[in-house]
Ligand binder design. Sequence first.
Ligand code: UDP
Length: 330
Amino acid sequence: MILVIGGAGYIGSHMVKQLINAGHHVLVLDNLSTGFCELARHGHLVVGDLADTALLERLFRENAFDAVMHFAACSLVGESVADPAKYYRNNVSNTLNLLDVMVRHDVHHFIFSSTAATFGEPEYTPIDESHPQKPINPYGASKLMVERALQDYATAYGLNSVSLRYFNACGADPEGELGECHDPETHLIPLILQAASGRRESITVFGRDYPTEDGTCIRDYIHIEDLCAAHALALEALVSGKVSGAAAYNLGNGNGFSVQQVIDAAKSLVAEEGRGIHVEEGERRAGDPAVLVADAKRAKNELGWTPQYADLPTILKHAWEWEKHLAKLS
Ligand code: UDP
């Protein structure tokens, strides 16, 4: 049995579906602060919070968990600057609460959602695991604190973990059952597609004066299915003992696309249905590095991970099917 914390959210819900399809039993714990019960329909959902130690104790007493996957976190960079207490409490303190319960109940396999934001301003690109970790906002700092704690928990308590540092998670379930629905939505691809479906007027490009070929920022967009596949491999590696201690892997395609390239690809996709996308020009968004691209060789070599949906048209096609579904509901 796998405990998936945050299994009603964007990444967690796709993970739950993959785990169940692979034959695992799954219990989802989610406080529904940003998740939706409709997204958790593939696993048994318990609504509750990681700060609730009594609830955690009960769940661990009543179930024999083989591993815990932890997706529940606050993840808005701007909000983390304005309200760091929320980030340190939710992302650090509540996670430590969970880890302590795991240790008390002898559950020793943990998969942690970390982020490229732990690296801060890139010193070189693509970013491998040896790149210095110097986060520039409380969100990245909160995730790095947990990564560091995991190293010490491995040494002291034998809690084995894999931290997976996501670059830009995107796309949707290829079967159309699940997808991204953040409120507020801040991510580039869903915003572009909302502009195409008519759920928003336009998309604003945040800066065209970056030192890149077309002047817009470059990011490494990684399909949600590929991201979840890496978690499944990490789980296998932990449970089989192939990976132990506190391991960390960067997850991306190693291919960067600029904001303009994403907009162009989305425009050609929706043009097939006679739709357009209105684009506006904006200022740079604070804290956006020009280029963020992963070197994911370690995950490929050690976990045997091979991304299947690395091309932009496929990522956009799946995200577009989901956006049309949401547009119909609204
Ligand atoms: N971006 C943009 N307009 C938007 C939202 C995002 O130009 O309305 C840009 C943003 O500046 C960044 C890229 O798109 O360069 C990806 O941003 P997103 O928020 O999706 O992910 P992040 O890289 O911040 O994790």
